[in-house]
Design a binder for this molecule. Sequence first.
Ligand SMILES: *Cc1c(COP(=O)(O)O)cnc(C)c1O
Length: 398
Amino acid sequence: MVAPTPSSQLFSAFARAPIHFERGEGVRLFTYEGEEYLDFAAGIAVNSLGHSHPHLVDALKGQAEKLWHVSNLYESPQQESLARRLCENSFADRVFFTNSGSESMECAFKTARRYHHENGAPQRTDIITFEGAFHGRTLAAISAGGNEKYLTGFGPRVEGFPQLPFGDHDALKAAINENTAAILVEPVQGEGGIRPIPHQCLRGLRDLCDEHGILLIYDEVQCGVGRTGRFFAHQWVEGAEPDIMAIAKGIGGGFPVGACLATEKASAGMQPGSHGTTYGGNPLAMAVGNAVLDVILEDGFLEEVQEKSSFLRQRLAELADSYPEIIDSVRGDGLMQGLKCKTSNLEVVGAFRTENLLSVPAGDNVVRLMPPLTVSEDDIRDAFTRMDAALSKLNKAG
Ligand SMILES: *Cc1c(COP(=O)(O)O)cnc(C)c1O
């Protein structure tokens, strides 16, 4: 098979690497030229079960032969089933299905504002966010993220997303006022550079929200669905459950699925007509989402993720010891690990790619390693050998 000629007719919005993948199997990707890559990017934490997982392929094929789409005009047994499983395994009572992380965030913003609107405090519209946040690329999501790079040139910001320094507790207490609707955090910041929020801080946020009658929103689009070795990242922390949570990425395993989860109370304002989506929760998406949960919620699966996580973490720590000129530190949770670099993170991602290992750059000069949750210890050893070779060459060149 010959690689198609790369098109110049696409928006130039992405700086794409000149690799042309044809197919994938587990943790490996293959180009049209037959070259093999070890995939520790997983489509940016999306391919939670790797590529071509037989159970997902069967689920998608089976559903494709029955029903693709009917819209949200009709009751949906497929959505009810996935929603029931999400709620049974989390704080949530209600679910709204979407097609992406940004849309899940939009639903979270609207749900929070609507809650206060229905509870006699319509002025409560501000959602407090933190530096280094990333919540997607819609106009509201870039306003919430507050990253100038993503805001520049797109006109006025959507109002109501005051942003505070990461970890400044006093600034946070001072910032809450009669216009505050909610506090929004990623329990582990992804794009911002794999920065986990300390457990006591998440509990502190929960207490603060309760004290002021405001809502706690988690963005678990990247860190959720098994990535950290628990079903949701915040479940490592006792007493830090949110009122609203956005998920996407891993729940679809590669099929576009997202969801906004909420408590009965927080979602009560969302009544017929208040929000909508044409595609969200269609039967194809629900079949895949349910199949992903079949695997992730199986007894022992998340425990295995935890074991493999510490194995990966140890290998990364060895690399940090061996290459102190290049690697400053290792940070992250579970299979969401970051190498904080001293040299350019892009150079390190490039060096890994030369060894046919895929990783993802993040903010704060970090390289992200986020293999599929189905990665084996042998795959991790293989990745270690490739990273070692790449860093050794970088060291000599530097
Ligand atoms: C990827 C991501 C989003 C946006 O998801 P899209 O599917 O790209 O819209 C939002 N929040 C976090 C934490 C993410 O990692």
